[in-house]
Design a protein around this ligand. Structure first.
Ligand code: FAD
Length: 388
């Protein structure tokens, strides 16, 4: 089995297959140091923690993860909080930085004797419509090589070789550009509130998400096409304080901004997630905007579904679960996409025809009011917010 990419999807898949005695290799373009320090997700859903627990991969999460269950909305009408552990299915998030999860999964895989080739870039997947597909790669020393296997798992993200190798017409790409961009920021600063903060402001959305007692992620809605470096540190903090209404609700704890990037909010789903012997997993299968923090959670869920199906096929000789892989994952993916889309419309004015802006703003206000006051709406929110 060849696995492309050592992100959450590839590493969960690799650990589960290796643990079941299936010979596999993970081919990763970046260095070990790079994948272990790439800060991205942080909010892990209850089901993600259960998957990791089930396979003995949750030790770090259990020891260092922080349970989280409150979000706070700030609007022109004031603020309100939802404790989602008391709503819906009563589940919580675990806050655990993605780079720590990746480090745990990597260490576990290597300690168990798993094979990873860092600095190895997949260039193409060849023969996916045959029973002997292969990955053509450029090795760390620049030499080309082919890795052949019974199956290839594309866990190499949205710009990886797996997607690029799909022949025209093999899959349909559903795509939506939500027309909204965020400046994603990582600050060396303790969280400013004990909740995820969502601020809806006439100047645009601002978000606050704890990552650890010393590090906090912030988001600022920005103009499409903005440069991440166009904002000075002072301007970022002043704008965050303004949109989060710090004067009314308490000051922000400022610190050095150590990472920044502009994220265009997009949704992208491929269908089906299998082409012959090639399977798509995680961001290679679907990209979801970070508005609902679902991407890493979907990646872990899909990796477990694929691992189980591959074990059924390769160990027990039952190919049927593999045939169901795509449909099973797409059910979860579309549910997450629907919720993420709903969150985008709750938190922003999205572009529309003339006159639409005030209509959208009024709808958004009404949605927020319903979320503040309706227990039924809150239960639905909680179930979808923590769930994948
Ligand atoms: P990746 O993590 O992208 O891993 C793919 C791997 O493949 C990488 O290591 C890459 O180097 C490697 N690779 C790429 N091309 C090749 C190639 N050609 N050959 C070999 N290797 C290759 N999700 C959440 O669930 N919660 C959150 O709170 C959250 N916050 C986010 C915040 C930000 C700013 C961003 C950008 C994303 C966030 N996400 C969040 C999304 C989440 O990080 C991704 O969905 C997740 O990383 C997907 O995992 P993956 O394993 O599919 O892909």
């Amino acid at each position: 089995m060849v696995i492309l990419g050592a992100g959450p999807a590839g590493l969960v898949l690799g650990n589960l297959l290796h643990g079941s005695g299936i010979d596999c290799v993970i081919l990763e373009r970046a260095s070990r140091a790079h994948v272990q320090t790439r800060a991205r997700a942080g909010f892990l859903a209850a089901n993600t923690a259960r998957v990791l627990e089930r396979h003995g991969l949750a030790e770090g999460l259990r020891r260092r993860g922080q349970e989280h269950s409150v979000c706070e909305f700030r609007t022109e009408d004031g603020r309100f909080r939802l404790d989602y552990s008391l709503l819906g299915r009563g589940e919580r998030h675990t806050v655990y930085p993605q780079q720590d999860l990746v480090t745990d999964l990597l260490t576990r895989f290597l300690d168990a004797g798993g094979r990873i080739r860092f600095g190895t870039e997949a260039v193409a997947v060849l023969g996916a419509d045959s029973a002997r597909p292969s990955a053509a790669v450029r090795e760390a020393d620049g030499h080309p090589r082919r890795w052949q296997a019974r199956y290839v798992a594309g866990c190499d993200g949205r710009r990886g070789a797996a997607r690029r190798s799909l022949p025209p017409g093999a899959v349909h790409r559903h795509h939506r550009d939500h027309g909204v961009s965020w400046l994603g920021l990582l600050a060396e600063a303790p969280p400013s509130l004990d909740a995820v903060g969502y601020a809806v402001h006439p100047r645009g959305f601002a978000g606050h998400m704890a990552r650890s007692p010393e590090v906090t992620r912030y988001y600022l809605q920005c103009e499409r096409g903005s440069s991440a470096n166009a904002w000075s540190q002072d301007r970022i903090w002043d704008e965050l304080a303004l949109r989060m209404r710090a004067t009314d609700h308490g000051p922000l704890r400022r610190g050095r901004i150590v990472q920044r990037s502009v994220v265009d909010l997009e949704s992208d789903v491929l269908e089906p997630l299998r082409h012959g012997s090639l399977f798509l997993v995680g961001d290679a299968a679907s990209v979801i905007s970070p508005s609902a923090a679902k991407g890493a959670n979907l990646a872990v869920l899909e990796a477990e579904i694929l691992a189980r199906a591959l074990i059924d096929d390769l160990v027990r000789g039952d190919p049927e679960p593999l045939d169901r892989y795509s449909a099973q994952c797409l059910t979860h993916i579309w549910r997450a996409q629907e919720f993420s889309h709903w969150m985008i419309r709750l938190l922003h004015d999205t572009p529309g025809p003339d006159g639409d802006r005030s209509f959208q703003a009024a709808l958004r206000r009404s949605r927020l009011e319903s979320l503040r006051t309706s227990r039924t709406h809150q239960d639905w929110f909680a179930e979808n917010y923590v769930g994948v």
